[in-house]
Structure formats: structure tokens, C-alpha cells
Design a protein around this ligand. Sequence first.
Ligand code: 26Y
Length: 824
Amino acid sequence: AWKKFSAKEFSSKEDFEAEVVRHIETTLARSLFNCDEAAAYGGTSLAFRDRLVIEWNKTQQNQTFADPKRVYYLSLEFLMGRALDNAMLNVGMKDVAKDGLSDLGFRMEDIIGQERDAALGNGGLGRLAACFLDSLATLNYPAWGYALRYRYGIFKQEIVDGYQVEIPDYWLDFNPWEFPRHDVTVDIQFYGGVRKYMDESGKQISVWENGEIVTAVAYDAPVPGYGTKTTNNLRLWSSKASHGEFDFTKFNSGEYEASVADQQRAETISAVLYPNDNLERGKELRLKQQYFWCAASLFDIVRRFKKSKKAWSEFPNQVAIQLNDTHPTLAIPELLRILIDLEGLNWDDAWDIVQKTFGYTNHTVLPEALEKWSVPLIQHLLPRHLQIIYDINLQFLQYVERSFPKDRDMLGRVSIIEESQPKMVRMAYLAVIGSHKVNGVAELHSDLIKTTIFKDFVKIYGPDKFTNVTNGITPRRWLHQANPRLSELIASKLGGYDFLKDLTLLHKLENFVDDKDFRKEFQEIKYANKVRLAKYIKEAQGIPVNPSGLFDIQVKRMHEYKRQQLNIFGVIHRYLELKDMSPEDRKKMQPRVSIFGGKAAPGYWMAKTVIHLINQVSKIVNADKDIGDLLKVVFLEDYNVSKAEIIVPASDISEHISTAGTEASGTSNMKFVLNGGLIIGTCDGANIEITREVGDDNIFLFGNLAEDVEDLRHGHFYGGFEIDPQLKRVFETVRNGTFGDAGQFSALVNSIVEHGDYYLVSDDFKSYIDTQKLINEAYKQQDEWLTKTITAVARMGFFSSDRCIEEYANEIWNCEPLPPPEKN
Ligand code: 26Y
């Protein structure tokens, strides 16, 4: 009989050490004589992985047996970051491992630091997907994530002479967290043509044939929940050449090189994550990625459903598929194709199933981020899908025509097909039409989509099809892992770690705002986190910063709408002001450290110009002896998830200053406040709900409102506009070469003074710098400041991604948790 592997926790540190050593010597085939940190990381990961895998298998077995409704989260991006620390938190026994590693001569932080980030995403949308997986597992929802196994994640950013340089992120050298499933494959077709014929009963049949086949191979990664044994699955598809007859002919007839070239072409599909964030480029390879991933995932989902032998009408009771933005919208015509062409359902039944199955989350109203694919491209790559899209559109427009016979322009406005040259498929419209619910990601954003991009669809379907689910973040990673000391302090006051599962319990911290010891420790922890970041800045960037200064942080993707340019203009203004002062007056000023970080899309010239300007300002200001610690400017290279875990807990003020109405939600705003930092922000995205929760005394809002943006933009073109004299002075300084490169920086200034200032930098500048002054004064009142930060932390419970997932489950997916059996 087989002896079952026991998944029990390590019985002792000796037990743990023995496992680490065994893995190093056997699994990794390395000698203990040259066991370095990399090997220790490998051994530790494999030791914890063993525990995870057992629960993972059991969870999957349990789900197969119970066969509940499952959630499938389709996202082209999952910004997972590191896995080891999270695995240790969820398996338990991190303390034992720490002692064990110490016996072996290693420090836990160093070992954790060996792991490379799984950086399969750009920014907010990808990190949200990762937080959702954490919450889904923690809440015991039977849920799978589906994505692509990119060989290269988001590029690594280096700053060379002040400019961004992109380095490929080859992250797969050693990845103990993934399991290749060479037996789980799906053949995916591209190109070819459609043959139609009547069958015996006179029914029209469509066959998509003679295309090129690429094989999808599954790679699985375990996703453990916190405080539960539930361990869900993230399935990533990798592309490889199919071994059909075609290739063998080539191979046998001596065209060996051609056959290898085919193979490389196939592998290209999953080779690289597109590094654009909120900027659509319409590349054929990107469309191939989207279809490849959607088709493989749907085949997998349908295959799983068919095992249960239920009627097709049961499909929406067994399957909920959430579309993370429009990137997976091809799943809609693909499911129709499966149901109609392959399974023989009629249109109406198939359409009913499709609509009930899909939900669509919108993450942006920026026109340049809305996906459109050219009709000729889809015709070429996916001929059958184009027909299906036209059929959907026909049915839809007929319905609209019946409902609104008098609105003659309506049909053109809502058509899935844009009548441009060439014609374009509007993916967001297809997603709205093919889903039963559409949601935005914060209240303002969800209101905006109903009054702007989807206005007509609200008339057509009624308002109930549209809903809001305000984003959230996982407190496991963004409080406990990133800020262990704060987590421990909170646990000591609240009587345990229950708040990590129910973040609303934080409200009890308000009882301790006046508790002297608590306040002291809270403040000490913030200071220690700032010391840690200061140390990192010194090591990474070579800039010495004083941890007692006010740490002002803006870390996020570089984008004009996020307005890092407003921030750096504000920094320049401060610099000029300090220079004007007498040394005595300077002494009264609050020292500040302005920290920036973020990647620009490689082709986004203006965003790269802002990076360059920040670095140039940093060079001049940091070297200025008059200024000293009063102002330091830092651009932190290669901002990513694991760096965020160091940066977020160290902030006093973070900046969330997008033009009102442009940032759908923002999620780092939540992370910063949860870690005892205040924010300066516009009335945009989730800033508004954060204000509602923490109270307007505990946040610094400034700037114009979303409702006024349109008129202001219009005014820039027709009324001309006044530029605040202080901003004018900043512009002159930038133009006259004080920070070098007058030519490049003039273009940035001109985007404001000559080209309409689309992002309203000039309109918000005055209110921005005035608010920064308020912040300086407020920060000097350390006691009041501390009260504000503690109060804000206590009121952040709403922003857990657990709350968010419960809302999706109840309002959109209609599914229930499946807790693991008591005994197993
Ligand atoms: C079309 C393609 C180029 C594209 C690729 C990535 C378009 C958009 C994106 C990414 C968008 C994104 O990250 N959006 C962010 O989603 C977060 C989670 O909802 C929001 O908090 C944030 O405001 C929004 O910008």
C-alpha cells in the first residue's frame, strides 16, 4: 500500500532543515559545500511547496467531487510579485523556517530577496487580479485564474544618464512555483477559411478549417488562501508548435530549418507581455495572444463542464467568467462558436448561455486605451469569429431599432462595427452586449461609464446592467507581509490577527488613538520603515536621504493623466522658493524627500521625457549645498511589486493626483493609507471613497472636479488661458536649461502652454502647491499628524479585496464558497 505523504507542518526546525538539505542535494542536485543564498532559497521554497501542493491537490479533488459553480477570472495580466513569503504566511511555520535558516547560516530577508518577481502585468489592473486570487482562495471560492505564461514579463527598467532603458525580464530560469502539465494541451487554430453547408435537416453548418495550428500547454501555479486550506489554481498557457502532419512532412523532406522556424513562430505567441498600460496599439501579435489564451481557457472550461454530463442550459449555473477589461472579449464569440459550430446548439440558446456566463469589468474611460481591432485583421486571423461578431451585431441592432425607432443616429453610435476606414470592431461594446453585468471599479468611475462611453447602452438595457464594485487590496500582502511590525502592533491591541480576514475590525484601533504607548510604537514603526527605505535608496541610487524628512512618494506607471509632471513642477517650484530664501528663513522649512518611481511604455515619448526631467532635477537639487536636506529628489529605478512592499510602509504623504475623471480607481492609494501614510489627491477614483471613509480632515484633496474638466479643456482652446505666475517661473527655468536638455523639456512645457493642456496641469497647479504648503504645516504638528494617520488606518476596513470579492460573488457571479472538509 502507498504511504500517503503527510502534509503536516514541520515538527521542528531540525525537521525543516533536513527537508531543505534534502531538496538542495537531490531535487536541485547541488552540493552543500557551495550552498549559496540561491540554493537556500530553492531548498526553502521546495520545502514549503511540498506542503502547498498537498492542499492544492485536495482542494482540486474536493472541487471536482462537489462540482459547485466555479469562477474563472480571465486576465492577460497577473502581477503576482514574490511567492515564498506568501506561501510561508499561508502554510504557517515561518518562525521555524527562520530559525532553521539561521542555523544554516542565512537570514530570512536575504533568502526571500533571492526570488524574482513574477511580473506578468503592467500596473493596477494586473495587481488587482493578483489581489483577487488571494481573496478568492482565502474566502474558499472555487476559482481559477487564466492567463499567458509569458517568457518575458514587464521589462526591467534601468536609468542611464537620466533616461529609461528597457532590459528584458527573463524570469523563468528557476521558478519552483510552476508545474508544467505537458498532458494538458489544446490545439488552437488561426487563419484558414469557413466552409458552409446544409445538413440533412436543412440546418446551416459552418466549419472553420485549413488554418494553422498552435498548441497551448498548461502551466499551473498554486494560489494558497490565508487561514484556510483552500489552494486554488492559476493556469498559464504557453505556446508551442503543434506536431501535426504538416510539420512532419517538412521535417522529413529535409526542410529542417523551416520546421524549426515554424516552431519559433509558434513560441512567439506567449513570448512577451505587451508593456503598454492604458495605450492601445492594435498589433497583430497581441490579437493572436488574446485569441490563443481565450480559446485555450474556454476549451479547458468547457471540457471540465462536460465531465459533469449536465445539460447545456446548466452551463451558466456551473460557470461564471469574468472579463478583466476587454482584453479577453474574444471569449464571447469563441464560446458561441463552440456551442453552435461544435456542439450543435441553436443561436438563441447559445446566446442566452453566453450572456448569463460573462461579466465584464471596465478599468478605463481614456479613449486611447479602448480596444478596437480592424475588421480586415480579424477577417484574416479569425474568419469564423468575424462572422459571429457580425451576427451578434445584427441581432443587437435589430433589437435596438425595434426599441428606439425614432432615434436615427442610435444605430451608428452603438454598432459594434465602427464605420471607419478600415472598419473597426469596438471590443468594449462587444463585451457589454455579451455580458449580463458590467462594472466599473470605483463609484465615480462607475457613474462616469454610464454617462459617457456606455450612455446609450444604459438606455438600451436599463441601468441595472451596470454596477459598481469598488476595488480593494489584500491585507495579507499589503499590511502583514509588507509591514510585519505594524501588523503585529495591531494584533497586540485587537487580540489577534482576525483583522487580516475581516479588515473592518480595524475600526477598534480608534479606541487606541490616545493610548500613549500605542502612539509611540506606531510612530516608531513608521520611522523604522523610513530608515529601511532610506537605506535602500542609498544602496540602489546612491542618494543619502534623511529619514526624519517628510517622505513624499509617487510610484505608479508613468502617464500624462497621472500627472507626475505636476509633481515635478511642484518640486521645482519648491526648489526656487528655497533658493530665494535667506539661510535663516530656510531653517524654518520642513525638510522633504520627493520620491518617484514607475515605468514608461517604451514608445511613450512624453512619459519618458518626464522621467528624464525628474532625474535631471534630482541631479541639480541633490548637489545644491544651499538646499541640503531641505529637499532631496529621488527617482527609484525599476519600480515593481517587491519594491512597493518596501516603499509603501515608508511614506508620510503619497500622491494620487490624476486629472479628475481619468483614474478609474487607483489601488496604491489604499495601500499607502492602510500603512499609516496620508495622501494628497484629486477628487478622482477611489480617493473619493477613501475620503468618505477616513473623513476629510485626514486627507488632502485639491484641484478641479471631474464635472468641470470638459469646460476647462474647451476654455483652453477658445478663451485662451492664464498661467499662474509661479508655474510660469517654473516653465522659464525648465526652458532656459537650468536642468539641461532645454529642447526636450520645452516640448513638455509646450504640451501645456501651446497644445491645450489636456490634463489641466495649469488649472490645478495653484491649488496643488497651496495644498503642499498645508501639508508642510500639518506635518510639523507631529501629534496631530499621528492622530490623523492612526484614525485613517482604523477606517480603511472597507478597502479589503475580500469585501470586493464578496460583492462580485453576490452581485455578479451568483456563486457560493466551498469550504474545505473539516477532516482531510
Ligand atoms: C489595451 C491595452 C494596451 C491595455 C493594457 C493595459 C489597456 C489598459 C491596461 C491597464 C489598465 C490598468 O491598469 N488600469 C487600472 O486598473 C486599476 C484596477 O482597476 C485601476 O485602479 C486604475 O485606476 C486603472 O488605471
